[in-house]
Ligand binder design. Structure first.
Ligand code: NIG
Ligand code: FE
Length: 405
């Protein structure tokens, strides 16, 4: 049974927009007075609404002016945690540094203690609440990292929570193992901890089918470059896709990401022209995390430079209890855009198909034939209103796999 949905004043299709480099707004590929025919969970046709009327079995009429675009994709979050880090945030506002709080045993370690102490059900409830809020705001695919367990039992618990929640959350959850977030107190030697993860945890993740992706926080205060590279190479050889927390405070992570062919290098607030060049020449997606810049009161990722050099740029929330508690993709993308001087096409590509590329997915993020019917509609007649409202304007209709949710 095919269904025609429309009419839409404008459809931002992004149908053939390039995966890399700077974009002018003509690259939004806007279709005026358009409609979309879907069949099951896929898009069949996108064309003039009046022309499509005779082509579908059923018509779902949209009342009032609307702008349609692909469902949003958040390619970097840490949505499973216990407790809160409100105290950290309060300290940071009065000048304490994120790295110092971590060195003194707070920060990520605080979330580890609280996450280890939380039950499966508590963690699942938190994940579902956050994922459902995201879906309501138009985010139809959400990457979710582990990383507050730091031992076999708790990292597996977190990844099981994500796997189990997939059944109850309508948004797609894509899990990533970030057991290499920081070195837990039980280990004195960082290399020893990474070798332990490599031999004890990674094979179990494959056996239990818990995730296909591995991440690491490359930073002197977390894992220095040399030992990080050895671990990531081992993960790659086991068949995992790679992603890296790179160049947040010091450079180094992006080089490893590019050398190992990682899907993405995320953060990049400290990247210099050298790292920008490296990323631009690669197929590794550069992921800006404006929520972390806002949560830490630090500079943004050099998004303009990355795009001008030819990189693929995605934008993501980094939603986490410490550096990124806000978790609002549209607000953060529009703020990054006004500071970094990005076009609407660059911003919207960064939270749709370019974010899909960061996850190794090519079946979503565009409104085009054959794509999954993940779509969102805003109650406006002009696409420029979306970012003008700085994220406060939310979609009033969200379709996931062709179903209105
Ligand atoms: O992406 N930088 C490392 N990890 C997370 C923050 C985790 C936390 O502060 O709890 C990030 O910002
Ligand atoms: Fe992160």
């Amino acid at each position: 049974m095919s269904k025609l949905i429309g009419p839409f004043k404008e459809i931002i299709t992004l149908a053939s927009t390039s995966e890399k480099g700077a974009l002018g707004d003509s690259k939004l590929d806007i279709l005026k007075n358009g409609g979309v025919i879907i069949d099951g969970e896929n898009i069949l046709q996108v064309d003039d609404f009046d022309r499509l009327k005779s082509e579908a079995d059923e018509l779902i009429r949209v009342e009032g002016d609307h702008v349609l675009m692909p469902g949003l994709i958040d390619c970097h979050t840490h949505l499973v945690w216990g407790g809160t880090r409100a105290r950290d945030y309060t300290l940071r506002m009065s000048g304490e540094s994120y790295e110092l709080i971590l060195e003194q045993g707070g920060g990520i370690f605080d979330s580890v203690t609280k996450t280890r102490g939380a039950s499966f059900e508590e963690l699942k409830e938190g994940l579902m609440r956050r994922a459902n809020r995201h879906l309501k705001d138009g985010v139809t695919t959400i990457e979710v990292k582990s990383g507050y367990g730091l031992d076999l039992e708790n990292e597996i618990k977190i990844l099981e929570v994500i796997k189990n929640s997939k059944l109850d959350v309508k948004a797609d959850l894509i899990s990533t193992c970030l057991a290499a977030h920081v070195c837990p107190k039980e280990f004195d030697d960082k290399q020893e901890f990474l070798r332990y993860l490599e031999s004890e945890l990674l094979p179990q993740l494959l056996a239990k089918d818990l995730t296909r992706r591995v991440d690491i926080f490359v930073e002197p205060s977390a894992f220095p470059m040399e030992i990080a590279k050895e671990y990531m190479l081992a993960a790659k050889n086991l068949g995992f896709d790679l992603t890296v927390h790179a160049d947040q405070f010091h450079t180094g992570g992006s080089k490893i990401a590019v050398e190992l062919g990682a899907k993405s290098a995320d953060h990049l607030e400290a990247s210099t022209d050298n790292e920008v060049e490296l990323l631009a020449k690669s197929e590794t997606v550069a992921v800006a995390l404006p929520g972390a810049s806002l949560g830490l009161g630090m500079n943004f990722t050099p998004a303009r430079k990355l795009l001008d050099a030819g990189a693929s740029l995605a934008i993501s929330t980094d939603w986490n209890p410490g550096s990124g508690p806000m978790g609002d993709l549209l607000v953060q993308a529009s703020i990054l855009g006004i500071y970094e001087k990005l076009s609407t096409a660059e911003i919207l590509s960064g939270i749709t198909f370019r974010a899909a590329k960061a996850l190794g997915l090519n079946d979503r993020g565009r409104i085009a034939e054959g794509m999954i019917a993940d779509m969102i509609a805003f109650p406006i007649g002009d696409y420029q209103e979306i970012l003008y409202n700085q994220g406060k304007l939310k979609p009033d209709m969200v379709w996931k796999n062709g179903n209105l949710v």
